[in-house]
Ligand binder design. Structure first.
Ligand SMILES: [Zn+2]
Length: 261
């Protein structure tokens, strides 16, 4: 695995709504039901959100509905403690094995096992890293190489802030331990993302896992009308590209672009 110390200078605040190294937001490419991992469940409504107003997300479903939908309530803060998904799976993909565990903040009404199952499916997607020899990934509950935490905005800020990163209640970040996903982004997607929250979760995981497998450089748009690279900070603007949640296109070609600072 990559040495964690190497990450020290490379910590990134992933904007799934924010500042530093932004999370890619994409999704202009039409998503089909087979492309999107449907979330097994949504968290129960919890404490009222005290953060800024959230944009109306689309329903995490490929079937459009005319019914007006209410954004799910996303708690602004939580217990600060985490439940580890008591689940494991086979390694998927080829390439260096990286074992991960999934943790969900207690008290937000989200099953860690269900979140882990969704992440497993995202990593096993035919357009993701594992299917293209960029690494193999295995869900474990102990002895992980890195952890993917899903945390309320306040807890995400605390965890990211401990690494010197300002996530402002809106952003994901990468820490020495792994990835911290802001619950707000996980549940609502991104205001700039033209796709469902379920699709956006592909972008969250694909972008952050891209960093985990050693991609430290963000990419830009390669030309108008082209797919935005998953390692592009799509939240900052697409520059003519079509938003996109996957590293590879439907033909299996890596979606790349010019390196950006
Ligand atoms: Zn990034």
């Amino acid at each position: 695995m990559l040495t964690r110390t190497a990450f020290g200078a490379l910590l990134t605040a992933s904007f799934l709504g924010g500042a530093a190294l932004a999370r890619c937001d994409g999704g202009a490419e039409p998503a089909s039901a087979t492309d999107i991992v449907q979330p097994p469940a949504t968290p129960k409504a919890a404490a009222p959100t005290t953060g800024r107003p959230s944009p109306a997300p689309r329903r995490p479903s490929a079937s459009a509905s005319a019914e007006p939908t209410k954004p799910p309530e996303v708690p602004a803060s939580g217990s600060g403690t985490f439940a580890t998904a008591r689940a494991s799976g086979d390694a998927v993909g080829s390439g260096p094995l990286r074992r991960y565990r999934v943790q969900v903040e207690d008290s937000i009404g989200m099953s860690a096992e269900e979140a882990a199952a969704e992440i497993q499916a995202i990593l096993a997607h035919k357009r993701s890293w594992a299917a293209h020899g960029r690494g193999s990934f295995q869900l474990v509950s102990t002895d992980a190489d890195f952890v993917i935490k899903i945390a309320t905005p306040a807890t995400a800020d605390r965890l990211c802030g401990a690494q010197g990163l300002d996530t402002g209640g809106e952003l994901n970040c990468e820490t020495l331990e792994g990835v911290v996903v802001n619950l707000r982004r996980w549940m609502l997607g991104s205001p700039k993302f033209d796709g469902t929250p379920a699709e956006y979760r592909h972008l969250i995981i694909n972008h952050e896992i891209g960093h985990e497998i050693g991609i430290r450089t963000h990419l830009g748009c390669s030309g108008p009308g082209r797919l935005a690279p998953v390692m592009m900070q799509q939240i900052k603007g697409l520059n003519g590209c079509l938003s996109n949640a996957w590293p590879y296109d439907k033909d299996g070609t890596y979606v790349t672009g010019p390196a950006v600072g």
